[in-house]
Design a binder for this molecule. Structure first.
Ligand SMILES: NC(=O)c1ccc[n+]([C@@H]2O[C@H](COP(=O)([O-])OP(=O)(O)OC[C@H]3O[C@@H](n4cnc5c(N)ncnc54)[C@H](O)[C@@H]3O)[C@@H](O)[C@H]2O)c1
Length: 341
């Protein structure tokens, strides 16, 4: 039985908490024993609602050892791994602390504020011989897994053109408004758009160059809407957009349109459709579980079975941050092509 400490019980931490409750119900050998959050109101079930339905319940926190300080949790608990759902500006520090205590770490995306921090996290994992994985959940999301398999197997031929989008209303729920503070979140480019950057890296590998146009609307938040062209040597056309200023009844959406030589895959309003060039379109059967559940289970299994983290290896999620850094530089220079460093 793996013993876990969850740090950060905000919007995403509650999504993780729901999955630990589900693991318990299913008899999966992972037990959440400690929860840490700087804001003790959270332990009284006082929350602000986020943009995706991840964890809306009322929780029985009396089941867990509760802490408002991560150092105290690490000093007092015997854990196997720490699950970090803290704001991004705390990811590197908290991850390295837990690794140096000899614990494995699952940390939320984006990996960190920059690639130097990511490298320090990887170095700490190596020095302590512990596992480190970043919750780039689309690598475990059934519709995106289907896309990955289609790209890899070349069942529909090579990719000709691909477009990825995500967006919704501004994230107004966060602790001390960190999400809408450029220095703490990196704006929508590093926080939200990073999912599509990571998907593009996972599907196609590192682009040679990027060109990004981005704009700021909300004071102090960094870029709020972004569009990037990813330049690959073979000439395929790859673009991703994000906009977290979509108000009104828009809600939240993530979509893609990937055109192959022999057909296309479309994700729209949560439904994946495959349209072969020579036949009827259809909706593939997909696993109903969300990527969050599947990524958490994958991480726990990698410890239980002592297997390497391959699907979201930390070096790969660090490279995603390297692409995002080039995008930020290009956006600051009004879209000039920037090579990935
Ligand atoms: N995978 C996804 O789809 C997804 C979606 C949303 C958020 N996230 C990620 O999850 C992480 C958390 O985001 P969120 O939306 O839950 O933010 P949030 O502000 O709702 O939650 C952060 C929590 O951390 C707590 N906290 C802040 N400083 C702390 C400290 N020093 N010690 C202990 N607790 C502290 C806050 O009180 C809060 O409860 C971010 O990295 C974000 O990018 C991922």
């Amino acid at each position: 039985m793996l013993k876990v400490g969850l740090v950060g019980i905000g919007f995403m931490g509650r999504g993780h908490l729901d999955n630990y409750l589900r693991f318990e119900e299913e008899g999966f050998p992972v037990k959440l024993v400690a929860v840490c959050d700087i804001d003790p109101d959270k332990f009284k079930n006082i929350f602000v609602k986020g943009n995706i339905d991840v964890g809306t319940g009322t929780y029985d926190f009396s089941k867990y050892n509760l802490y408002t300080d991560m150092d105290e949790m690490l000093a007092n608990e015997e854990l196997d791994y720490v699950d970090i759902a803290l704001p991004t500006y705390l990811h590197a520090e908290a991850t390295i602390k837990a690794l140096n205590k000899g614990l494995h770490v699952l940390c939320e995306k984006p990996m960190a504020m920059n690639s130097a921090e990511c490298q320090a996290m990887i170095d700490a994992a190596k020095a302590n011989d512990r596992k480190l994985m970043i919750g780039q959940c689309l690598r475990f999301w059934p519709a995106y897994e289907y896309l990955k398999e289609t790209v890899q197997s070349k069942r529909l031929g090579d990719v000709v053109c691909a477009y990825f989008f995500r967006g919704g209303e501004p994230p107004r729920w966060s602790y001390e408004n960190w999400l809408l503070t450029k220095e703490k979140s990196g704006g929508c480019l590093l926080d939200q758009h990073i999912h599509d950057v990571d998907t593009i890296n996972w599907l196609f590998g590192m682009p040679d160059k990027v060109s990004t146009i981005a704009t700021n609307i909300i004071p102090g938040s960094g870029y709020d809407a972004v569009s990037t062209n990813y330049i690959y040597n073979d000439g395929k056309v790859i673009n991703a957009q994000d906009d977290w200023t979509l108000e009104g009844d828009f809600g939240f959406d993530m979509t893609f349109r990937v055109n192959f030589e022999k057909g296309n895959l479309i994700l729209a309003k949560g439904v994946l459709t495959e349209n072969p060039d020579d036949g009827q379109g259809f909706q593939p059967d997909l696993c109903p579980d969300l990527g969050y559940y599947r990524e958490m289970k994958y991480f726990a299994n990698s410890i239980l079975e002592n297997k390497p983290i391959e699907i979201a290896a930390p070096e790969s999620t660090r490279d995603t941050i390297r692409i995002a850094e080039a995008e930020l530089e290009s956006a600051d220079k009004k879209g000039v092509l920037v090579a990935i460093k």
